[in-house]
Design a protein around this ligand. Structure first.
Ligand SMILES: [Zn+2]
Length: 244
């Protein structure tokens, strides 16, 4: 099972909510695109499900990791011009499943922010590259977010406690999936690549041991070439699904 061909992006999007499992997910997969959306005047907010407490690569005290990673994500977001960053409580890195509770918490964020577009991780596994993109937490958040978009956020009878709290149903019209199988909508991020790199460098606990720039340039040049863009271009790739 794969995705159908991407829809064309909606032309009248004003607000985008990005929902991801860990600090750094949005920056690795979509940092250049988010920077472009900000430049284009879109209002972008992040909902991060965990504080990445199982991440890191060195002897940083484990109890420090979630504190450091929340601060890193906030700094990376600010680097791209995103200032509305929410972390969920009660969810832990490496233990996510698409529970009804997680769907409800994502639905709450959707009804609060009322996005036209949601950006999230693919719920479909990439069998050719299961490390990284197909981390089970990414798949779980992609699935829970998809369920929150349809039917939860738009169904007035789902989660009466949210309606009682004044959060009315909301229809998200479009989902962008990052890191899924065969993404076919490319965004030219040549002009925002420097901002993406700067954002990723804020994730010190995750990236300070990496030679980031050549790694990213190669990845984004390959995507651009595959999409037939000129040789000097860099691109990120997505699958776009209409959800009305
Ligand atoms: Zn991740």
């Amino acid at each position: 099972m794969g995705f159908p061909p991407s829809a064309q992006p909606l032309p009248d999007v004003k607000r985008v909510l990005a929902v991801f499992a860990h600090p750094d997910d949005v920056d690795f997969g979509s940092g250049g695109t988010v920077a472009r959306w900000i430049t284009d005047g879109l209002d972008v907010a992040y909902l991060i499900v965990t504080r990445g407490d199982a991440g890191g690569f060195d002897d940083t005290p484990r109890e420090q990791m979630p504190i450091l990673r929340e601060a890193e994500q906030r700094a990376a977001a600010a680097e791209l011009g995103v200032h509305d960053v929410t972390f969920l409580d009660g969810y832990f890195d490496g233990r996510l499943t698409a529970t009804v509770e997680l769907r409800r918490d994502i639905t709450r964020a959707i009804r609060r922010f009322r996005p036209d577009r949601v950006l999230t991780s693919s719920p479909l596994r990439r069998w050719e590259r299961i490390a990284g993109p197909s981390h089970p937490d990414h798949l779980a958040v992609g699935e829970a977010t998809t369920c929150a978009v349809y039917p939860d956020a738009r169904n007035e009878f789902a989660y009466p406690e949210l309606v009682a709290a004044g959060l009315q149903p909301w229809v998200v019209r479009e989902i962008w999936y990052q890191s899924g199988p065969n993404p076919d909508h490319v965004v030219d991020v040549t002009d925002t690549f420097a901002a993406k790199l700067a954002a990723l460098r804020h994730h010190v606990t995750q990236t300070s041991h990496m030679d980031l720039e050549p790694f990213l340039r190669e990845r984004h040049a390959t995507i651009a070439r595959g999409a037939g863009l000129p040789d000097d271009r860099l691109a990120e790739a997505f699958t776009i699904i209409r959800t009305e």
